[in-house]
Design a protein. Structure first.
Length: 550
């Protein structure tokens, strides 16, 4: 749905808008709903909560009630927004109590009401609204969730929040209990300016959980001026990253946004704004004390910092100038200029700091990473390593040596006719494994075999025939924010710890989700009781996940 360039009322800047929703790659139904009324300046994204409890019904009720209430322009924008969401909340609760099949249904939502040059936002849950200007992009809403609060406070990074096992839990919703419009801790109301150089993005967590804010901003600016292409590209990006949930986006673009100048230096300045503020405060004191020479040094340092940030914005991180991306095409794909026909061919060419990048496809190759060479999927989750059916004791990835590696976005899948002995054998220094999935007929998912510096983050080990994690002699890996699950109930522990493993290993296993394992740790310390306070553990067979837990 694309809305042409309009100015709905006097005083409202001209804008174009587009909206789309998609079920994603893993879900058959779509519990997201949206409403776009450009004439009245009403934009709503609602995400149903409850799955089997008719979350899509709750979302449908919410957008319908809100649209009908806001058609009547009575009272102030804030009063209208609060009342519309409260009415939707109470109607959902009434409908849920009237029928057992609707019991427990709720939704989360973000509503934006544009009047004059002011945007009034009503927000409950973890849908989001981003505002873009020539100076950057900001998330105006706050996720009403345990993980969202930690991200907003800076306690965890965006990447950690996106992969956190509790990221879908919320503590505010629309429909679980009765609310008055002015109830505290219900509707978050935010006011923001909107002009012709502004753009807005409302989205469900099916987008924001799969695509980083940096990629969202880059995608919007790449397609600015064509709102329909913006929402299509954002949905495609979420699907390319896995499409694990329904994806909805409403994009509203002021008439001058696409043409507003933005330079690499502005990008760099935005990146160093905190430092700029700190230096500005320091300089105030310096000038007051007339320490002119020192102040000049600070100014010079600031100029150097901004210059370096500009170089980073244009050329990438320092120290990676020599690194290359070595492109490997999928088996059977036509030859492409500059690409390699196999992973082995690319590795023979690779040198430290290079990244071997795999196209979507299935690769029956064993990978032994040379020192300093990294491996990644071009789109996370789309490049799969499998075993050659004719080979025994297959190890999919070996990362050792003294120089760091990064392994990202790769899947390792063992099959009955082609089992894998070890998914990843990790023994090197400065090895980082992120967003990797190991599944199926695999003897050991990840094997840490010495005292190397290894971090496994935001990865998933699911339904293995064998042992998910083995921590060998002297090993002390950092294992954070991962999912280790077995839907049928595992007969082996989730982690086997060698007698000679580092004694402090329990402090490095944090924020993980263990489901379906009756025993988490076998062997030397740590014990299950030591892990439980810092990890989420549910024993026995994994139940079908609830989209959110209010």
């Amino acid at each position: 749905m694309t809305i042409p360039d309009i100015a709905p009322r006097a005083g409202v800047p001209r804008f174009t808008a587009a909206a789309a929703t998609d079920p994603g790659r893993l879900r058959t139904g779509n519990e997201d709903r949206l409403h776009l009324d450009a004439e009245r300046g009403i934009f709503v994204v609602a995400d149903g909560v409850g799955g089997h409890a008719a979350g899509e019904v709750a979302a449908e009720i919410a957008v319908d009630v809100i649209a009908r209430r806001l058609e009547r322009p009575l009272w102030s924008p804030e009063q209208r927004v609060r009342e519309a969401i409260a009415l939707a909340n109470n109607e959902i609760l009434t409908q849920a109590r009237s029928s057992p099949r609707y019991d427990g249904m709720t939704c989360v939502l973000t509503l934006a009401l544009l009047s004059d040059r002011t945007l009034t936002i009503g927000h409950v849950g973890d849908t989001r609204l981003y505002k873009l200007t020539p100076d950057g992009m900001a998330k105006l809403t706050h996720d009403h969730s345990p993980v969202g609060e930690r991200e907003d406070s800076g306690e965890i990074s965006e990447a950690e929040a996106m992969q956190h096992p509790r990221r879908n839990q919320v503590f505010r919703d629309v429909g679980s209990e009765f609310h008055e419009p002015d109830d505290t801790d219900f509707v978050e109301v935010i006011e923001a300016a909107f002009d012709e150089h502004t753009a807005l993005l409302l989205c469900s967590d099916g987008l924001s959980d799969m695509v980083t804010s940096a990629v969202i901003e880059r995608t919007v600016r790449q397609h600015a001026g064509q709102p329909g292409q913006v929402v299509e590209a954002l949905i495609q990006a979420a699907n390319d990253a896995g499409g694990k949930d329904n994806i909805t986006a409403i994009y509203v673009e002021g008439a001058g946004f696409a043409h507003a100048p933005r330079t690499a230096l502005q990008d760099a300045y935005s990146a160093v704004t905190p430092a700029v503020d700190g230096v500005r405060r320091s300089m105030a004191g310096l000038w007051r004390s007339r320490t002119t020479l020192l102040a000049m040094g600070v100014v010079a340092g600031l100029a150097l910092g901004i210059g370096l940030a500009w170089m980073l914005a244009r050329y990438g991180p320092l120290g990676t100038a020599e690194g290359r991306a070595l492109h490997v095409r999928a088996p059977g794909a036509p030859d492409a200029r500059g690409s390699f026909a196999s992973i082995a061919e690319a590795l023979r060419e690779a040198r430290p700091r290079d990244v071997v990048q795999l196209d979507p496809g299935e690769y029956a190759e064993q990978v032994v990473l040379p020192d300093g060479v990294s491996l990644e999927a071009k789109a996370p989750g789309t490049a799969t390593l499998v075993a050659d059916p004719g080979q025994a004791e297959w190890v999919s990835i070996i990362a050792g040596g003294r120089v760091g590696h990064r392994i990202s976005g790769i899947r390792v899948r063992g099959q009955p006719a082609a089992p894998i002995a070890v998914g990843l054998e990790l023994s090197g220094h400065a090895v980082r494994v992120e967003d990797v999935e190991v599944e199926g007929e695999v003897g050991i998912g990840m094997d840490f075999i010495n005292d190397g510096d290894v971090t496994v983050f935001a990865s998933r080990i699911s339904n293995l025939k064998g042992l998910p994690l083995h921590i060998g002699a002297g090993a002390h890996p950092v294992i954070r924010q991962n999912h280790v699950v077995h839907e049928a109930g595992a007969k082996v522990p989730a982690i086997d710890v060698s007698r000679d493993a580092a004694s402090d290993i329990d402090g490095n296993i944090v924020g993980n989700l263990f489901l379906g394992y009756s025993e988490i740790v076998r062997g030397a310390a740590p014990r299950d009781a030591q892990l439980a306070p810092r990890n989420f553990i549910q024993r026995g067979p994994e139940r079908a996940p609830h989209p959110r837990t209010p």
